[in-house]
Design a protein around this ligand. Structure first.
Ligand code: HEM
Length: 451
């Protein structure tokens, strides 16, 4: 109903809570809670509650561990992939992030030299898509090479995004979308072409790898398929099929690209609109990075206190995955928000209700990195919940932080960045599991620094 009226789910939840109180029914068997303390009651290490199957069927990736509703069934595959995203693996492969940043910076410089401002929303999406592609498959999708950062895959993701919401509300629509022939999709919606070609390429790639797993030996670093097909780790279990591999690849690409791109865009938006905060960040980065062609490694950047505060504040405000993440209360029932909730009820809370809670964050709508540097602000970290919590929390958190630290530091060290006044950004978004930004994108001029 709300889709028909064009109202974003995120706004609708706020409206309903204002009208009906702390606990609202958002579907016949689904509750949403507004008190921010509920987040830690639902999502925590003890609660291995199932994900809601109707919600997660909306993703066209039924064989991935992400859409696997039962924790026990998802655990094995998650643990295989987690090797690639451990902190030590990310430190070892940080040069991949750096390589894509170099390409990104070259493209920004070219656009500035041509007298054009850059679309930073698309630029960050291209950067994160190329980076995650490199981590997962040791291949680049070259989204950064598209003129004006109009990458065909990332634009296809934005166009396809509302289908997740439609599929969530109707099993029939979910089925049609899953089974729609790719050749027809390219004709009906030409702007989806890049995404369709990407999905078709995954079909070919996964079949070829299963036919000849030895080709994995040629990859310059470990990739998802080497982990998923590891014979030692899979002992006593069936080997993953081409469909398993493809669905894991799709989910990891989707989870690792849009989220990071959105976070970067929101952070840059706030820094460009808060010149004093931006100046403080630039000074800190310059001090840690005095010689332009000798960038410090990620290990050094993550020690910078103001940069760290900027990243925390950016994540808090960005909430790149704003949906309520529905879980099923176990048969024994549970106490949530002071109420006894019967087993089988679907419950959830959007992280927006924590990030923007006045009870937790003073002036929650303001971009105030300093809040993370006050005495006692360590306790605030409990409320930085955008990666979710518990056994189904974000698997890519180490890679996400690495990309954020390196991107903020590189761009603000290598460029003097200014808003394009002719193109004021409109950050209005609607919720389709991910936020869809349909207004004017953030544009900026990036003047290269030569020392
Ligand atoms: C700022 C960046 C990111 C944010 C805020 C974020 C946030 C989240 C959230 C909230 C979840 C829980 C989703 C749910 O319960 O349905 C999640 C899960 C996940 N994320 Fe991220 N994410 C980010 C980046 C990444 C990256 C770079 C990757 C790398 C591939 C990644 C991979 C995953 C995976 C695989 C899951 C599913 C975990 C499971 O179901 O057990 N994420 N993420």
């Amino acid at each position: 109903m709300e889709l028909g009226k064009g109202i974003s789910l995120a706004d609708l939840r706020v409206e309903l809570h204002q009208k009906y109180g702390d606990i609202i029914r958002i579907a016949p068997n689904e509750l949403h809670f507004s008190r921010p303390t509920v987040y830690n009651e639902i999502y925590n290490v003890q609660n291995k509650w199932d994900k809601d199957s109707e919600f997660y069927r909306a993703f066209d990736a039924a064989e991935s561990f992400f859409t696997q509703t039962n924790y026990e069934n998802s655990k094995h595959r998650r643990s295989l992939i987690s090797n690639l995203f451990s902190k030590s693996a990310i430190l070892e492969l940080q040069h991949l992030v750096r390589a894509h940043l170099d390409r990104f910076c070259d493209a920004l410089q070219e656009q500035t030299v041509a007298g054009k401002s850059s679309n930073l929303y698309l630029g960050f999406q291209c950067f994160s898509a190329d980076t995650i592609g490199n981590f997962l498959f040791s291949a680049s999708f070259n989204q950064l090479s598209f003129p004006g950062f109009h990458g065909d895959i990332i634009e296809g993701v934005d166009i396809a995004m509302p289908t997740v919401t439609y599929a969530k509300f109707s099993g029939v629509i979910a089925w049609i979308l899953r089974n729609f022939p790719h050749w027809l999709l390219k004709i009906v919606s030409p702007r989806l072409k890049g995404l369709v070609i990407f999905k078709d390429a995954l079909i070919v790639q996964t079949k070829a790898i299963l036919r000849n797993p030895k080709m994995l030996d040629d990859a310059p670093h470990r990739i998802i398929y080497s982990e998923l097909l590891n014979p030692e780790a899979n002992k006593g279990r069936p080997t993953p099929t081409a469909l398993h591999l493809r669905h894991e690849a799709l989910v990891l690409f989707a989870a690792g690209s849009h989220t990071v791109g959105t976070t970067l865009m929101i952070g840059f938006y706030h820094l460009l609109h808060n010149p004093e905060v931006k100046q403080k960040l630039v000074e800190e980065v310059r001090l840690a990075w005095p010689v332009l062609d000798q960038p410090p490694p990620y290990e050094e950047l993550e020690k910078l206190p103001f940069l760290t505060a900027v990243i925390k504040e950016t994540l808090r405000l960005a909430v790149p995955s704003p949906a309520s993440l529905p879980r099923v209360v176990p048969p024994s029932g549970a106490m949530i928000s002071g109420a006894k909730i019967p087993g089988g009820t679907i419950v959830g809370q959007s992280a927006l209700f924590v990030s923007f809670s006045e009870d937790i964050f003073d002036q929650p709508c303001e971009f105030l990195p300093e809040r993370w540097l006050q005495p006692g602000s360590k306790s605030l970290e409990n409320w930085l919940v955008v990666f979710s919590k518990g056994p189904r929390s974000c698997l890519g958190i180490n890679l996400a932080y690495c990309e954020l630290y390196m991107c903020f530091a590189h761009l603000f060290r290598r460029f003097d960045i200014r808003n394009d006044p002719a193109k004021p950004a409109d950050l209005t978004w609607s919720e389709h599991f991910l936020p869809l930004f349909e207004g004017q994108h953030l544009h900026a001029y990036c003047e290269p620094q030569y020392e």
